[in-house]
Design a protein around this ligand. Structure first.
Ligand SMILES: Cc1cc2nc3c(=O)[nH]c(=O)nc-3n(C[C@H](O)[C@H](O)[C@H](O)COP(=O)(O)OP(=O)(O)OC[C@H]3O[C@@H](n4cnc5c(N)ncnc54)[C@H](O)[C@@H]3O)c2cc1C
Ligand code: FES
Length: 291
């Protein structure tokens, strides 16, 4: 059993939890995710590993309640446990493989939207620990929906905030701040990493394309098995069809077909889509492979 050792409310409907999972904590790298199952018949829910503490054997997850399973996860309290936590899954962020000299020579900007701030945090922290300073833009609907601002400010060179209603930082979208930094503040970035709602990642990628800035996005597609078997998480990247769970979750933002990815994200809402999801789950459950 995977016990919850800490639970904190970060913003309306967004909870941070530390979960005892020593093997995952030991193996985790920035950019990877895990899959939580609350009970025997529960869905497998992918969540980014937002932090890990090898000494305490814990991993940190940040969950936003959007539906049945995320509600079940967030209803758990300190001392409760999840049935299964599997991970680390997916490929680590590309920069983990780069040399320190290469990393230090680059100007990197992270763009975090809403709960996407949580997956950005371990990446910024890892880079900070290697002595690499990065800038971060955090965007949300309003001040109360901005998460991890203090923690991020402690490790990033500059943190810029954008809120839709102007209750904190710049009034506008993250792309408003991004364009302002490049056009008016003399910032020249070599790499932008954008993590947040699919629509945000699409528009960040369109903006950076104009300036020819390499852009990495982390896709939060629907997933069923999380092992590359069912195809639920497939995404078109340039000419290739890739699986987010095993080939990602990070991809070149200039190559991702976001419109198709967004259509796939909502397709299970229709009656036809529900039928398809049921079929995918059934074929996943009948699979005898080890998960
Ligand atoms: C690699 C990866 C990492 C993720 N990391 C996190 C994380 O750190 N924190 C977090 O809160 N969530 C994260 N997600 C998204 C999370 O897995 C989904 O929100 C969750 O599966 C929804 O399940 P549900 O049963 O609660 O909602 P459902 O009942 O399945 O859906 C409820 C509503 O949410 C929408 N929805 C469902 N899945 C997604 C999705 N993947 N993205 C956007 N909208 C969706 C549906 O269209 C529907 O409107 C991640 C997803 C992936 C693939
Ligand atoms: S969730 Fe990726 S292939 Fe099934």
């Amino acid at each position: 059993m995977f016990r919850i050792t800490k639970k904190t409310l970060l913003a309306p409907n967004i909870y941070l939890m530390d979960v005892y999972a020593p093997r995952i904590a030991k193996a985790a790298k920035p950019g990877q995710f895990l899959i939580v199952r609350v009970h025997e018949k529960g869905e497998r829910i992918p969540l980014t590993i937002c932090d890990y503490n090898v000494e305490e054997g814990t991993v940190t997850i940040v969950t936003q309640t959007v539906g049945a399973s995320t509600n079940l996860i967030c209803a758990k309290e300190e001392g409760d446990a999840f049935l299964d936590v599997v991970g680390p899954l997916g490929r680590p962020s590309e920069f983990v493989e780069e040399t320190l000299d290469d990393l230090k020579s680059k100007k990197i900007l992270f763009v975090a939207g809403g709960v996407g701030t949580a997956p950005v945090y371990p990446q910024v922290k890892w880079l900070h620990q290697q002595g690499v300073d990065v800038d971060v833009i955090i965007g949300a609907k309003s001040k109360e929906h901005i998460i991890l601002n203090e923690q991020m400010s402690a490790i990033a060179k500059n943190v810029y905030i954008a809120t839709d209603d102007g209750s904190l930082g710049t009034k506008g979208l993250v792309t408003t701040v991004l364009t302002d930094l490049i056009e008016n503040k003399g910032k020249a970035y070599d790499v932008v990493v954008a993590i947040g709602p699919m629509i945000m990642m699409k528009f960040v990628s369109l903006t950076t394309k104009k300036y020819n800035i390499k852009t990495i996005v982390s896709l939060n597609t629907l997933m069923v098995d999380g092992t590359g078997m069912c195809g639920a998480c497939r995404v078109s990247v340039g000419e290739k069809i890739l699986f987010t769970c095993v080939d990602g979750p990070e991809f070149d933002g200039h190559l991702v077909n976001f419109d198709e990815a967004m259509r796939r994200q909502i397709m299970y809402k229709s009656a036809e889509g529900q039928k398809l999801r049921k079929q995918e789950k059934e074929s996943d459950e009948s699979c005898q492979c080890e998960k």
